[in-house]
Ligand binder design. Structure first.
Ligand SMILES: Cc1cc2nc3c(=O)[nH]c(=O)nc-3n(C[C@H](O)[C@H](O)[C@H](O)COP(=O)(O)OP(=O)(O)OC[C@H]3O[C@@H](n4cnc5c(N)ncnc54)[C@H](O)[C@@H]3O)c2cc1C
Length: 419
């Protein structure tokens, strides 16, 4: 079988890797580099390299079990860290550290009766929404969350800016997200997180090295698709070719432009909505809490019901490398290493209907869709889950699928690099 995989983010790479022994695979990537949202930049400060992520970084358990198994299968180690957080209310000049690391932090929390109920509410939020997640209910939304024990404005005054900052979204956009989408990503218990040792580009390099026999074409966008008998004609910078099957592993909002000849596919991918998020990697401490003793991995800044976030990328290395999700109206930080824009998925209660529709269309007209918007919630895990489903549908006896499923079922973890 002759298969085209379009898009080489996490989903496309996984499809190509899992199909490599079962089909003749050609992987088309629009950009000069593979990886899509998985891309890290090595930034050297005083002889130490910090691998700053432009896109995906955080791996949590249990939400990233498939990702952990995938990293383990490719021999890619991870680092483990406590993803602590500081929250600064800019108008009041008050910074809180969660969990508190010193008596100063505890005293500040207890001494602020106005903010304390929000922070206690945050600690309880996962517990209070447990049933919604267990029952896999895609309603209610974050903006609809209320609880008699919590302040009346808990959702609009705190929850929406808090999660908005985490997603790089405005409060109104994140307010429409289903509670179950947001909560699913939270870690179990305290905020233990993992990231890829050497950055996600090391992960992309390891998967790419395993693409034996796959024809990889970078800087080669696919510009048109047409039905061709029982197969599909693919037009790209490399010319026009026929494939038996095509995996659409590019974002849904890009796929829609290729699907004129498949109205059902076009209608469903046309439902994908995104919002832009501006990422700046820099070394400007003005985008961190004023007192370095309050610096955490995650640092949120709240003002007028909105919030944004600066991540301390160089936290483990103790180096001043930061990533800010820069909201509109804020000046550019100084000492910029990278600035870019990503499209982030808007998830709403109707997203689940879209996913079900995609599931029912898989394989029709020779087309399959993979990517983080296709299954579950909007994280790397969903990209891999969708790839596994697609490959299992195309090649049910695939050894790659069997081995990967066994690694997931066995709870396989990558090596954890000491630091
Ligand atoms: C800033 C940011 C931070 C994130 N942080 C996290 C995180 O911490 N943890 C987490 O789990 N997830 C995170 N995510 C979600 C992340 O998007 C997913 O983890 C996942 O990497 C998406 O993979 P994908 O393959 O679905 O899509 P993408 O990575 O977007 O890959 C799609 C690929 O298709 C290519 N393409 C587009 N059009 C064409 C065309 N016409 N022809 C050929 N190729 C084309 C693109 O160039 C791209 O390489 C983050 C996302 C963003 C934007």
């Amino acid at each position: 079988m002759n298969i085209a995989v379009i898009g080489a983010g996490g989903a496309g790479l996984a499809c190509a890797r899992l199909l490599r022994d079962d089909a003749r695979v050609t992987l088309f990537e629009r950009d000069p580099d593979l990886g899509g949202h998985a891309r890290s930049l090595p930034i050297e400060v005083d002889g130490v390299t910090v691998h700053a992520e432009t896109g995906f970084k955080y791996l949590m358990l249990p939400s990233h079990r498939r990702t952990m198994a995938w990293l383990a299968l490719h021999g890619v180690p991870v680092r483990r860290f406590n993803s602590d957080a500081s929250l600064t209310w800019e108008a009041e000049g008050a910074t809180f550290v969660l969990p508190p690391r010193s008596l100063r932090h505890v005293a500040r929390l207890l001494g602020n009766p106005r903010k304390l109920p929000y922070l206690v509410g945050l600690a309880l939020f996962k517990h209070l929404t447990r049933k919604i997640v267990e029952e896999d209910r895609w309603e209610p939304t974050l903006a609809e969350f209320t609880h008699p024990l919590l302040p009346k404005d808990f959702a609009s005054g705190f929850l929406q800016p808090f999660f908005g900052a985490s997603w790089g979204a405005s409060s109104s956009v994140i307010g429409g997200f289903p509670i179950c989408d947001v909560v699913r990503v939270l870690p179990k218990g305290v905020a233990v997180a993992y990231d890829v040792h050497g950055g996600t580009s090391a992960y992309v390099a390891a998967v790419t090295a395993a693409l034996t026999g796959v024809e990889v074409r970078t800087a080669c966008p696919v510009t048109a698709l047409r039905p061709d008998g029982s197969g599909v004609q693919v037009t790209s910078a490399a010319g026009v070719e026929r494939f038996d099957r095509v995996v659409l592993a590019l974002p849904g909002q890009h796929a829609v432009a290729l699907l004129d000849e498949w109205p059902e596919w076009r209608a469903v991918t046309g439902q994908v909505r995104t919002f832009p998020t501006h990422i700046v990697i820099h070394s400007d401490p003005a985008y961190m809490p004023a007192d370095p003793r309050d610096w955490c991995v995650v640092n949120q800044f709240h003002r007028d019901g909105e919030a944004f976030l600066t991540e301390w990328c160089g936290w483990l290395e103790r180096r001043p490398v930061f990533r800010t999700w820069l909201p509109e109206g804020r000046p550019m930080p100084a000492n910029v290493h990278y600035a870019g824009q990503f499209d982030h998925l808007v998830v709403t209660p109707s997203s689940i209907a879209m996913q079900k529709r995609i599931a029912s269309l898989q394989g029709t007209g020779g087309l399959y869709a993979a990517g983080m918007y296709v299954t579950e919630v909007d994280i790397h895990e969903s990209a891999l889950a969708s790839a596994l489903d697609v490959v299992a549908a195309i090649a049910p006896d695939s050894a790659g699928v069997r081995d990967y499923r066994a690694a997931i079922a066995g709870g396989r973890m990558p090596a954890i690099q000491a630091h």
